[in-house]
Design a protein around this ligand. Sequence first.
Ligand code: BTN
Length: 248
Amino acid sequence: MNITVQRFEEIGSTNDEAARQARFGAPEGLCIVARRQTAGRGRHGRTWVSEKDAGLYFSIVLRPRFESRFLSLITLAAGVAVYDTLKELGISPDIKWVNDVLVGDRKISGILAETVETPGGLAVILGIGINLTSKNFPPEVAGTATSIVAELKRNGIATIAVEEVLVKYLGYWYEMLKGESGPAEVIDNWRIRSTYFAGKQVRVTVSDTVIEGETDGLEPNGALRLITSDGSATIVQAGDVQRLRSDE
Ligand code: BTN
């Protein structure tokens, strides 16, 4: 993949800018990076607080040409890439289905993949936020989030140092996904990095429905298999996962 990076001091959302440029024909590999986002977005319409230089705010344009049933694996491949990035920096993360990268129970990175129709075909805008410092965490996330600087007990880290490692692993795992056995490889590599793959008691919220059960692996398209308390199997295509402690 041919990577080009456009840098912004401040932007609404790097995902929106990447989508805008994709609609104008931007090629696969265009990356948008901003020092600050004024309208950073998370999943389910949540805000992604994006103070200046407190995080890596990164989006890349992808133009996947593989079977559409595997598109959902882009998010899992991105989770693996973020995991490997943090590992290389000296952190031991975990991945919570489908796209939260955690250290212990605290979130350090979030991934937002969005599709956009463009004259050149469907594009996927893969947005990644990685917390660099915990200094300016707003009160609502301070108890549940962490950052690279906090985990490494350092004074600071250069955004570019994180970005370069991330781009390396994103390229690697995206190329892997495109190969013939790519989907199975991505799932297998997600499995060995995530304690959520199997045997974890979780509560999954899907729109207004809440399901509790034990994780039981992933489907070939990355959907989560759950065994509920009556022993029946359920497949969750999308939803929010929360770990259940034994006393809950
Ligand atoms: C989540 O965990 O809810 C996903 C968070 C994704 C945040 C990133 S930051 C860069 C990109 N631009 C956005 O507006 N969102 C993503």
